[in-house]
Design a protein around this ligand. Structure first.
Ligand code: SF4
Length: 219
């Protein structure tokens, strides 16, 4: 039922549109969304925000799944390498995580999104209180003034539905889940969740819940 609904939303979003992309963190919901999207758009650009701070397990898994699914991977890098940023600013993920996220995630993604009209994302309401009001369709405003259609076809999927779908489709998942992680971002800012009802409670040691890339919807 939810799969059919997600398929309909994807089809609706693509009517008359030719420049769609999907962001992919290589977490479970992202892989479920990719698996569904690939059926209609096998070569959809898969945007991965390569902050330079990811777990080695994430980089390995990204490369394995890219080869297995023959993904059209677009690796987005910040203007500065980790070494350059740390030389200039120090360890920003400790001192100013908002600035670190802006430089390493938000700016590279927003630059890349200028090339697209439709942005698919694997966001879900159940992931965090900050996503409780997530809509399937949103207008998203880039700093340049460009607006995109942002689509979250899995908005109402539960954790159980994601895992069940992945099992049934035999989608191998990031090995870090076996170590207790529930939401995986950059290594220095990711821990096992402290609140079982908030999957993102292990991110940024509770200092914040969002990096900023999902905070420009136009309502
Ligand atoms: S999640 Fe942490 S390391 Fe990654 S960009 Fe944000 S502050 Fe920096």
């Amino acid at each position: 039922m939810k799969l059919a609904e997600a398929g309909e939303w994807i089809a609706t979003a693509l009517v008359g549109q030719h420049s769609a992309c999907v962001t992919c963190s290589f977490q479970a919901e992202a892989m479920v969304l990719l698996s569904i999207l690939r059926e209609s758009i096998p070569d959809i650009p898969v945007l991965f925000i390569d902050t330079g701070y990811h777990f080695q397990e994430v980089y390995r898994y990204r490369d394995e799944m890219t080869a297995r699914y023959k993904l059209n991977l677009v690796n987005l890098r910040p203007a500065q390498t980790v070494r350059q940023q740390e030389s200039q600013f120090g360890i920003l993920h400790q001192s100013q995580p908002d600035l670190c996220c802006r430089l390493r995630k938000v700016e590279p993604l927003f630059r890349a999104l200028e090339s697209y009209d439709v942005w698919f994302a694997g966001l879900r309401r159940a992931q965090s209180p900050t996503r409780a009001n997530l809509q399937v369709f949103d207008r998203f405003l880039l700093p340049s003034g460009k607006q995109l259609l942002k689509v979250s076809p899995l908005a109402d999927w539960t954790d159980q539905e994601i895992w069940k779908f992945a099992r049934e489709r035999e989608i191998p998942l990031l090995p870090l889940y076996d170590a207790g992680y529930a939401s995986v971002g950059c290594e220095p800012c990711t821990a096992v969740p402290t609140d079982p009802n908030n999957l993102r409670s292990g991110r940024w040691a509770g200092r914040k819940l969002e990096c900023g890339i999902h905070l420009a919807e136009v309502r």
